[in-house]
Design a protein around this ligand. Structure first.
Ligand code: TRP
Length: 336
């Protein structure tokens, strides 16, 4: 038996922050040798809200380079750009025509994003989850590692696959494979530096709310120095009155690779004046190898291009086969 297949993706919107890394990419890296992995930069999703054409390409390359810098290993994993594989758009259209509109209208993330967009809501924003379903189903993915916020989109993906199979497949030979989500644990959720009850997020206007993977030591120091804390001495996990305290200890735990119990003991008598420099040092040290590798990759554009070219070929080989299978099931003639 071959390895199970994993597929996941990140949008090329600006910098990756520690939440993206600790909550997603680091877990992909840790598990990658067990699976056959496909990691894409989902640049078609990036235009579901107004975007800047002047930076789309460089933002896309940046995420691909960060995948490599974070330790995605081409021996186990394929890195590619969603828009390079046209099967993603094409399967989306086919899935669109069998997906009931009301399935999309009830997506929580759509409703939240639509409110933020005001008047300017595109059909693409509503269709976002169908494109995501196409990303996953094209590769017959067994497992899809995502955050809690993507759970509903995974359920939709399964519902769409079931519908295609019911309407166009036969029970012995389903057209599409049903993927399983790997939902990461709550503990790995990284919260904002300025509000310990909110997720660390790219869309939060204040840069002070997040640590980016490419922040300089000076920026890291400044952000941690000014981050929100509380007036209490003695640091502790899991006190609902102290969300910032829990978040900063969690960050320290993840970045230092220590055990939670160990950190609880180490920090139980500390004040913020002692803890903040410790967290700063730990963050700078943990990010340094990623930043060094990133600079190396970015200095060799030819190498990055070749990684993405090869990734595209590997992705296409699988995606085009699945697309042909779906078209055939739907009754299309295939070009000979
Ligand atoms: N919607 C995902 C997110 O914002 C990104 C994404 C797009 C994705 N296509 C995917 C994740 C396919 C997993 C699988 O996090």
């Amino acid at each position: 038996m071959g390895k199970q297949r994993v597929l996941s993706g990140v949008q090329p919107t600006g910098n990756l922050h520690l939440g993206n890394y600790l909550g997603a990419i680091r877990n992909w890296v840790e598990a990658q040798s067990q699976y056959d992995n496909f990691f894409c930069v989902v640049d078609l999703h990036a235009i579901t809200v107004p975007h800047n054409p002047a930076t789309l390409k460089s933002d896309t390359y940046k995420i691909a380079a960060l995948y490599l810098a974070c330790g995605i290993d081409l021996e186990y994993s394929t890195i590619f750009v969603q828009s390079h594989v046209s099967a993603h758009s094409e399967l989306t259209w086919l899935l669109n025509c069998i997906t009931p509109l009301n399935w999309l209208e009830r997506m929580i993330q759509f409703k939240e994003k639509a409110i933020k967009q005001g008047e300017n809501v595109s059909v693409g924003l509503l269709d976002y989850p169908v494109l995501m379903a196409a990303d996953i189903l094209l590769y017959d993915a067994d497992k899809v590692p995502v955050g809690e916020d993507q759970k509903q989109h995974l359920e939709l993906t399964r519902d769409i696959a079931v519908r295609i199979n019911d309407q166009f497949g036969n029970p012995e030979k389903p057209v599409l494979k049903l993927p399983e989500p790997i939902i990461r644990k709550e503990g790995a959720r990284v919260m904002s530096l300025t509000d310990g009850t909110k997720k660390m997020s790219k869309s939060e206007p204040s840069e002070m709310s997040r640590l980016n993977l490419l922040d300089s030591p000076e920026e890291i120091q400044k952000k941690i120095k000014r981050c929100k804390t509380d007036p209490l001495k003695g640091l502790e996990f899991d006190n609902p009155q102290r969300p910032e305290c829990n978040n900063l200890l969690t960050l320290y735990t993840l970045l230092s690779d220590k055990k939670k119990e160990e950190v609880a003991l180490e920090c139980q008598d500390m004040g913020w004046g002692q803890f903040k420099p410790l967290l700063t040092e730990t963050a700078i040290t943990a990010l340094k190898p990623i930043q060094t590798k990133y600079q190396q990759v970015m200095q060799d554009k030819g190498y990055l291009e070749s990684v993405l070219r090869e990734g595209r070929q590997q992705a296409e080989a699988i995606a085009n086969e699945t697309l042909a299978r779906v078209k055939k099931a739907l009754g299309y003639s295939l070009p000979s």
